[in-house]
Design a protein around this ligand. Structure first.
Ligand SMILES: [Zn+2]
Length: 318
């Protein structure tokens, strides 16, 4: 087999309409810098269109009650979502639906074979949103919606969600804690927001063993993270044999991030990407879709994201 992978990327100025107010780290400015960097990608990287998620798709991972809370808070132009520390503007509901929809569109493009792997540069981020609570700058949990969409619409049975954002993805863990069909792996800074993600938390009920939390000490760099991955996460995911890999791709574990205390290099994100590409080529027909989470030093976010997309091309023929 010598198949050349086709890589997709999605970005759109519509995400800049979610206005979090002056001085907020999860800002439209941060996104503009990333978008300008992605516009420099070579033409063989396919630019994927987005779409609006339906309410039924949002309900794949969220309770109807919570969807209605978001709708009503945004319709009232509230400054902050009532369930948590997520800033809102009058367009935030529509933008959140675009963000979830773009990840689903990328999943469809991969499942149709139009691209092998794709990075979705969307905002607001998603991994802190539980089924019934938005928090931590997140409204809807895009990767959680995508994991259930892959199973419901495309008939897959085993999905891996790899979360390398510097913060623990409490929302994603919570949604799938009891679900043996979704393997959630999180690498995050120990003792940081949202203060969950202890190594002892391995899921619940039938889902015991398909949650893997790997907290890393503050100040540590990429070499330790990769070593922990190779010892713990790599073998676990090999045994799980995922049919699709979703990445909660935050870039706030990078050095010089104002909200993160780890010291990863751009090359660290490239190395993680190559490991996941190899795993996907072995078990998942190469299929990987990543969705932007954090990353609050705009130039660092842009350079780390470019390294991630470039490493997507590794693999057979790449
Ligand atoms: Zn984060």
């Amino acid at each position: 087999m010598n198949r050349k992978p086709t890589i997709g990327v999605h970005y759109d100025a519509c995400y800049e309409h979610h206005d979090t107010g002056p001085g907020h780290p999860e800002s439209a400015t941060r996104y503009r810098v990333l978008r300008a960097a992605l516009e420099t990608l070579p033409p063989e990287i396919v630019r994927l269109p987005g779409r609006t998620a339906t309410v039924a798709e949002v309900l794949l991972a969220h309770e109807a009650y919570y969807h209605d809370v978001v709708y009503r808070d945004v319709a009232a132009c509230a400054d902050v979502l009532r369930t948590g520390d997520t800033a809102l503007s009058c367009d935030s509901y529509e933008v959140a639906l675009e963000a979830s929809g773009a990840v689903l569109a990328a999943v469809d493009a991969v499942m149709r074979g139009e691209v092998t792997r794709a990075f979705c540069a969307v905002r607001p981020p998603g991994h802190h949103a539980t089924a019934n609570r938005g928090m931590g700058f997140c409204i809807f949990n895009h990767v959680a919606i995508a994991a259930n969409y892959l199973r419901k619409k495309h008939g897959l049975e085993r999905i891996a969600i790899v979360d390398w954002d510097v913060h623990h993805g409490n929302g994603t863990e919570d949604i799938f804690a009891g679900d043996p069909g979704v393997f959630y792996v999180s690498l995050h800074e120990r003792g940081s927001y949202p203060f969950s993600g202890a190594e002892e938390d391995r899921g619940s009920g039938e889902g015991i063993g398909t949650t893997l939390n790997l907290p890393l000490p503050r100040g540590s760099g990429g070499a330790l993270a990769l070593a922990v991955w190779d010892e713990r996460a790599g073998p676990a995911l090999e045994a799980f044999r995922p049919e699709f890999i979703l990445i909660s791709a935050g870039f706030d574990a990078r050095k010089d991030d104002p909200l993160g205390g780890l010291k990863w290099e751009d090359a660290t994100f490239a190395e993680f990407t190559r490991r996941l590409v190899a795993l996907a080529e072995k078990h998942a027909a190469g299929r990987v879709v990543s969705s932007l989470e954090g990353g609050y030093n705009p130039p660092g976010l842009a350079s780390a994201a470019l390294a991630h997309v470039a490493a997507f091309s590794s693999g057979p023929g790449g």
